[in-house]
Design a protein around this ligand. Structure first.
Ligand SMILES: O=C(O)CCC(=O)C(=O)O
Ligand SMILES: [Fe+2]
Length: 317
């Protein structure tokens, strides 16, 4: 019997973000932009790989800091609160008992990482603050390059410029603790992100799976030099459904603990509208203008949580 077809795993598109490919106006930039748009339209995500401008030292340092954070007493971690649901400490949830996460809002602003560090370590932790700033700066730059490529390709760069002024970055540090043999393997339930864009970075232990449009789960192998760039619900509405937010989940097959990091963009104090350039007679506008943070509040209601596609329920036309 031939098992070769059955065992064939689909792969995510992999795109190299070298200095050369990310220099605006060059042919490499244009070629890379085409790959980015095609990957986002077909998968809602892709793997961005780095050969230069992201170091193994920074990868190791940021996960060392992450471990230190989770080793703090629970009462300290619980000080990480937020007005926005799930943007602060999340953990001890019966459905996903392995999951624990902390959030740093506005992480790229001068006070973002500093305020959080002082809250967690009143006597200071310079290494944490510094690595968080360095890491999130690299990821925010990646986000902006991707968004520039997408918006230029769609002829809506001026609309993106406006959004960028209102973009805030949430840094989420995540730990899935060791699993007892009889415990659930579900690390995080299947979901689409509520963000505009999400960029994920994993540490050694696999677990993240992303669903393709033909309903296959792709396991994304961790690599110290790659990031998963993924569209969130807000991007789907903004692009009039051209780019869809993919379903993803975490399955913890082994018993090892797992760490991952996510940088999520949110649009604050500005109504998100589908640019008129993305609508014509064949493609009518499919989403009403909406406030991103009000959408998050809606998602955390019973109605929002139960919905198969909360963004369509919230502002779909
Ligand atoms: O841990 C991961 O790799 C994924 C986390 C995730 O999907 C999320 O925080 O929204
Ligand atoms: Fe997610």
């Amino acid at each position: 019997m031939d098992f070769s077809l059955a065992s064939k795993q689909p792969n995510l598109p992999c795109i190299e973000f070298s200095k050369e490919n990310t220099e605006q106006g060059t042919t490499s930039w244009l070629t890379t932009s085409k790959k980015v748009v095609s990957a986002l339209e077909n998968y809602g995500c892709f793997l961005a790989t780095y050969n230069d401008n992201f170091s193994l030292d920074l990868h190791n340092a940021v996960f060392e800091s992450t471990k230190q954070l989770f080793d703090l007493p629970l009462e300290t971690k619980l000080l990480n609160t937020s007005k926005t649901p799930s943007h602060g400490y999340v953990g001890q949830e019966p459905v996903v008992p392995l999951y624990e996460g902390l959030g740093i809002e506005d992480v790229t602003t001068p006070l973002g990482a500093r305020t959080f560090t002082n809250l967690m370590w009143p006597s200071g932790n310079e290494a944490f603050c510094e690595t968080t700033c360095l890491f999130t700066k690299v990821v925010a730059e990646l986000d902006q390059v991707v968004m520039r490529m997408v918006s230029q390709s769609y002829g809506i760069e001026n609309h993106y410029e406006l959004l960028l002024e209102s973009t805030s970055y949430l840094f989420r540090l995540i730990k899935y603790r060791q699993r007892q043999e009889k415990e659930t393997t579900l690390g995080i339930v299947p979901h689409t992100d509520k963000s505009f864009m999400s960029i994920l970075h994993q540490h050694q232990v696999p677990g993240l799976e992303i669903k393709t449009t033909d309903d296959q789960w792709i396991l994304v192998d961790p690599s110290p030099s790659s990031f998963i760039v993924m569209a969130g619900d807000a991007c789907m509405a903004w692009t009039n459904g051209r780019i869809e937010a993919p379903q993803h989940r975490v399955i913890m097959k082994g018993t090892e603990e797992r760490y991952s990091l996510g940088v999520f963009t949110f649009i604050r104090d500005q109504i998100i509208r589908t640019p008129k350039e993305l609508a014509d007679e064949e493609h009518e506008v499919k989403f009403q203008p909406f406030d991103h943070y009000k959408y998050i509040d809606f998602y955390y209601t019973d109605e929002g949580k139960k919905s198969k596609c909360p963004i369509k329920l919230y502002c779909g036309i």
